[in-house]
Design a binder for this molecule. Sequence first.
Ligand code: UDP
Length: 447
Amino acid sequence: MEKQAENSSRLVLVLYPFQGHINPMLQLATIFHAKGYSITIIHPEFNSPNPSNHPQFTFISVPDKLLESKVSLSPGDFMNLVLALNKNCAAPFKKCLKQMLDDEHPCERIAGVIYDGLMYFAQTVADDLGLPGISMRPTAAAMLLFAVIPQIEQESVFDRQIPELQPLELTQMVTSMSKSPTDAMTEVRAASLNAMKRSAGMIANSIEFLEHAALTKIGEHSPVPVFTIGPFHKLAPSSSSSLLQEEADCISWLDKQAPKSVIYVSFGSMASLSKQDIVEISWGLANSEQPFLWVIRPGLVLGSEGTELLPDGFLETVGDRGCIVKWAPQKEVLAHCAVGGFWTHCGWNSTLESVSEGVPMLCRPCFGDQFLNMRYICYIWKIGLELENELERGKIKGAIKTLLVNIEGKEMRNKAMEFKGKTELCLREGGSSSSSLDEFTKRILSV
Ligand code: UDP
């Protein structure tokens, strides 16, 4: 996408400070920058992105007081973290935005505030200062069904409303998530719904053809328009926004492998495994006899570096057939011709990145929306295989062989390649994502 010079507006983007949210927001910033907008990124102090990777944007950090709030940063306590960020960042953000408006150059107005759906305080601040607020949704659009059709949580309503999506098992997912809804969860859901209703619209990092049924139903019920303009990372090439150092050497290792032979293994930035899981995965990979690239990030096993837990004799057994890194340049890895499959935790970014490159998946979701994404991949799109129950070396070896070598895997790869082609069409001029982006700028940002 070429930078268009005619625009002289600024967009303010508010980040939720975790990798799976930082990436799509900075990708979105790159898309709007390419359209000619100036960009200011507002972020909490915690997990600050590195501004030097994005010299074209202005970064402003707001105090988050997370240490004083004593919230835990573990996924299990994530609702309290969201509440603390919304409570603590609202006042400093308002002060900062007000200052920006006071200093505004007559030729460069602020066209809107785009915030991560979890940073819903930004909508209230935008309302107070008379600016349009737009929420960015970094999950599957189907997650919005819970917000726009609250009765969808009853099974009968769901089945009646969208029979095509029954394989998603949304009602079971809600039942398991809200067996004992905490006060924090109820408060976050109510506040984000309230903000969404006051917003000028939502931007979904999804693709029309992937979620047609869900998006149609959301369109019928949503009080505000939804613009589906994903996958963001393909609409405008952006620089890395990784919080950990990417180990680029793995690309030269991939260069030496046969086409479509490598299984890439990564569980994203938050999921955790047990020590025994590491042992089973190690021997499963070794016994599969396929080359593998495995991301073992510090903390993948809580409180450990991870690599010290690899079983005795494993590294000697696999030799050059295996490459282990702390963090990979994942988009580049998935686009590499040597990669034949992706063993993933089914985070939404990883899912979209794999779909965009036509790579079939071995799915091992860990928590939250990852189960919904897995069900899309395996039971609706049919471009992946679910790895259920206990992780066990024999089962892992079998699943890798199925994905990379057997006919079943070949069919998934063909289907995944079809998805890659369809994704490319959506991004071209006149395609669904590119048209939705144009409509967004016309309808929301030009008023
Ligand atoms: N990622 C990466 N290198 C890695 C592992 C992950 O760059 O070694 C990136 C990946 O490309 C994706 C993000 O981190 O953009 C993870 O987001 P996702 O939604 O898949 O999962 P989360 O980390 O939020 O659970």
